[in-house]
Design a protein around this ligand. Structure first.
Ligand code: BGC
Length: 872
């Protein structure tokens, strides 16, 4: 069937895309307002070289190591104000890790990617920009665009997907949304930081083709199309060179991709002077001391590093300063924007969380629940009351508030009897005390008294804090080495539990003056990793009596933090569920479920399981949550399991429950969003951005442990669904899968000519007619995969080449056009190459749910090759 014809070109240039500030002299296609900004920028760049010429070498070198953990040095002599950077990527924490300075907590990267919606990613970036502006932040350290190579990756919750195209599209939306607000993005971590084990030193061995087609691809797109103003270089090495010294910083990033922004190092990733400075690393974080602050000036004076290289780094830094509005007289680009940051109640956060929730299973229309007809509902799980809204590590923000599913369901179902039960802990570690049970002995106000002591025991700093999980990143008071926490703890239940702490180092815990527990944990050599941001717990048994206060004192001697992380420590104080509570807790949950019309069980992971700094050891739910689900499902046929994890976990009971929803880490709107979905006010919009295995053992690629410092990406191109397809096996839930509350058909597919003559794209598109065949308004994601059965080169069996979300009323049909970027049909063989001949297009609702096929043929010529295309 001859359908249509379009040009499938070899070029993939988006350099002039909207939102990117053009280079001087480049044609400008902007609104008058954008044009004004671009002119300001051009003026700034013109001034930058004059500024640099007037700066002595020490002043230039000084600028190239951060002033603090989160700030770049100012230089009033050239009108350079402070540039403040902040984690990122799912909120804007600011310069302190402090519950008294809360910020919005947005859904995790996996949740955002599950929307398969670039507009959602853009909105997400805009929210971050507004938040950053309010908090005086100029650079947000995100998005995380490493790939889910293995489900064990400890930081997968932060990253988007196992697929480079989906990751790239989400990345572009995020970067452009953020930068449209005048705040720089810092896509990270360039490149090969796809797992956490030995992350500072591991050498990822990645063949050239996999590197280009998988791992570099999202970075390429966020640079060329997204126009990212900074990039963060990773800790790890790739193919023998550590990333802050890697030739790719210059050859690929700056020369081939024309990246005109600033290469920021990951925190402590620069460990050399000459090798990193000559390899096109631009600035070192954190400061104030670094190998560069110690040795770069001398290296230039001795001729080991060219002064021109220093000038180039300073130029990039000053261009960033101009872009974010802190250079000279150039006003902040957002100065005249009246919009203020959305408040913590913002509907957007809730909508984003809903759009990312994935309905994995829904037997016999278990969901949505009919709120009007529910007489009683069991709401079970520790995460039902205190959901996990974010992953652990540097991505953590202090939320203003967290909406609790249990509390929201209670208020939304005022006439139903709600039976709540914890059933199982979600962590093997301590759970920090809630604010309501602790009182600062000094002021009598809620909280704890924190004192920093010097070597002689003298108090160097004292403050009241309102959290029992406290972190200082480089900002602990100078001169101290011990922290003491005093509080009056008034238990809110009578029970036998354990009382303890989470620290890295040595600590003592006294109760009413008597030593309760002492432990010395060997500090984690990976520094800022798990050891600091998610320290291990230690505890001892205790009988608590409700309402009877006791005086607690924790004394913690913290490690110095070494060269890079001095002044950094983390401490938690709280209770831990003893293992022998299991039977009692399960019995209580079963009682609740057995006497209810339906049961909602919220299971999930904790900060100890999914955190920066360490990979997961397995994919099991912590505690006895699997037993909990089995026990509840055995007594209640309408059991809905809500999986509150940032990445896949094993669900051994999956075929014995009515419905399963993956919420990921949904951010602070967790409870409201989940209740909307459970009660059918909203449809869960998510589609899996990652294959969801039944068991770790069946996962084709999961190795994250380096051997002799080397992590071999031996699978080459075949990660994620590509690997499952190669082996001819199915995961429990396939990449792209997700149900809604309505049904869909794909009626026709034609390969169409999407647009003509704008000179920017040589890409193709296909047109798909799709019908909402169900009874309610809803949305779905139409996914287009390519395959090339007769290919002369090794290829995945099928790979994603385009997708589009569509929302329709019941019975409505629409014709949607899905972009098919030319690059998706190229392979790397030392350059991008288009194999002539026919590619099959497979169109459906997941990588293994193909509904229609078409084909496109490619016949490259020298310039911009035309392609005959056929569809059907
Ligand atoms: C992480 C980065 C983060 C930085 C600052 C590093 O350990 O890898 O993602 O932005 O710390 O917190």
């Amino acid at each position: 069937m001859h359908a249509s014809r379009f040009r499938l070109g070899v070029r993939f240039w988006y350099a002039l895309s909207v939102g990117r500030l053009p280079r001087i002299g480049a044609p400008v296609h902007h609104s008058p307002r954008d044009t004004a900004r671009a002119l300001e920028y051009a003026d700034a760049v013109a001034e930058v070289d004059t500024m640099i010429a007037g700066l002595p070498l020490p002043a230039k070198v000084r600028l190239l190591t951060a002033a603090t953990t989160w700030r770049v040095h100012e230089d009033p002599t050239i009108g350079l104000g402070p540039i403040v950077v902040s984690d990122g990527p799912a909120g804007v924490r600011g310069e302190v890790w402090d519950e008294r300075e809360p910020s919005l907590s947005l859904p995790s990267g996996t949740c955002l990617a599950s929307t398969w919606d670039e507009h959602a990613a853009r909105r997400y970036g805009e929210i971050l920009a507004a938040e950053a502006r309010q908090r005086g932040v100029h650079v947000v350290l995100g998005p995380t665009i490493n790939l889910h190579r293995s489900p064990l990756g400890g930081r997968s919750f932060e990253a988007f997907s196992e697929d480079p195209l989906l990751t790239a599209r989400m990345g572009v939306g995020y970067v452009q949304g953020l930068q449209s607000g005048g705040v720089a993005a810092s896509p990270k971590h360039f490149v090969g930081n796809d797992s956490e084990t030995e992350r500072f030193t591991v050498d990822a061995r990645i063949d050239e083709r996999a590197l280009r087609e998988l791992y570099l691809a999202p970075f390429e797109t966020v640079v060329k199309e997204g126009g990212a103003w900074t990039i963060m270089s990773a800790y790890n090495g790739v193919n023998g060179a550590t990333m802050t010294e890697h030739p790719m910083l210059r050859s690929v990033l700056k020369e081939e991709w024309d990246f005109d922004g600033l290469v920021i190092s990951d925190w402590g990733a620069v460990r050399s002077v000459v090798a990193s400075a000559t390899a096109a690393q631009d600035i070192v974080f954190p400061g104030p001391t670094s190998p560069w602050s110690e040795g770069l000036q001398q290296a230039v004076e001795s001729g080991a590093v060219a002064e021109a290289d220093i000038d180039e780094k300073v130029r990039r830094l000053l261009v960033l300063a101009a872009r974010v509005g802190v250079l000279g007289s150039h006003p902040a680009p957002w100065a005249d924007q009246s919009e203020s940051a959305p408040g913590p109640e913002d509907r957007d956060l809730r909508d984003l969380a809903i759009a990312g929730m994935v309905l994995l299973r829904n037997e016999h229309h278990t969901l949505p629940l009919d709120g009007g007809n529910i007489g009683s509902l069991a709401v079970i799980g520790a995460s039902a009351d205190a959901p996990r809204i974010q992953g652990g590590g540097s991505a953590t923000v202090m939320p203003h508030r967290v909406s609790s599913p249990l509390a929201v369901l209670r208020s939304r179902l005022p006439n139903a009897r709600i039976h709540d039960s914890i059933g199982s802990p979600v962590t093997d570690g301590i759970v920090p005390f809630a604010l309501r049970v602790v009182t600062d002995p000094e002021t009598g106000l809620a909280g704890v008294r924190v004192r920093f002591l010097d070597e002689r025991g003298a108090v160097v700093h004292s403050e009241r804090r309102e959290s029992c999980h406290l972190v200082w990143l480089g900002n602990a008071p100078a001169g101290a080495g011990v922290v003491e926490i005093d509080t009056i703890f008034t238990p809110d239940s009578t029970c036998r539990t354990e009382l303890g702490f989470a620290v890295e180092g040595e600590a003592w815990l006294w109760l009413d003056g008597a030593l309760h527990h002492h432990a010395a944990m060997v500090p984690d050599p990976e520094g800022l990793g798990a050891g600091l941001l998610s320290p291990r717990s230690s505890s001892a048994p205790i009988e608590l009596a409700k309402g009877v206060p006791m005086r607690l004192r924790l004394r913690y001697r913290y490690p110095s933090g070494g060269e890079f992380f001095s002044g950094s420590l983390s401490v938690g104080l709280g209770t831990r569920t003893p293992a022998d509570a299991r039977d009692r807790m399960l019995a209580d949950a079963v009682r609740a479920a057995a006497s209810s019309d339906a049961a909602i069980v919220v299971v999930g992971t904790s900060e100890q399981v999914e955190s920066e700094g360490r990979d997961r050891a397995d994919l099991r739910l912590p505690g006895w949550q699997d037993d909990l689900v089995e026990a509840v499902a055995a007594v209640n046929q309408r059991t809905v399991v809500v999986v509150n994890s940032g990445a896949p976990v094993e669900l051994p009971w999956a075929d014995r429950v009515g419905a399963i929803i993956a919420t990921w880490f949904p951010g602070q709107a967790a409870g409201d969003a989940l209740a909307d979905v459970l009660l059918g006010d909203s449809e869960p919009g998510g589609r899996l951005p990652v294959s969801w295995p039944a068991a770790l053992a069946s996962v084709p690629v999961h190795q994250v442990t380096p051997r002799d410092g080397v992590l071999d990406y031996a699978e080459g191109l075949h990660i994620g669904y590509r690997a499952w397809l190669q082996r001819g096996i199915r995961p429990l839930y396939t990449f792209g899968h997700g149900l809604g509350y309505t049904d869909w058909s794909i009626d026709t597919v034609t390969v169409a000519d999407p647009r003509s003559g704008d000179g920017l794209h040589d890409d193709g598109a296909c047109a798909v007619t799709v019908t909402n065949t169900g009874a309610r308004r809803g949305s779905t994601v139409v996914q287009v995969y390519a395959s090339r059965p007769d290919s002369g080169v090794e290829r995945p069996r099928r790979w994603l080449v385009g997708f589009r979300r569509v929302t329709l009323d019941p019975g409505a049909q629409a014709r949607i056009v899905i972009d098919l970027p030319a690059r998706q049909f190229a392979h790397w063989d030392g350059q991008w190459t288009w194999e002539s001949g026919t590619f099959d297009l497979e169109v459906g609702f997941s990588v293994m749910d193909v509904r229609r096929t078409a084909s496109v043929s490619c016949a490259p010529d020298d310039e911009c090759p035309a392609a005959e295309t056929y569809g059907g």
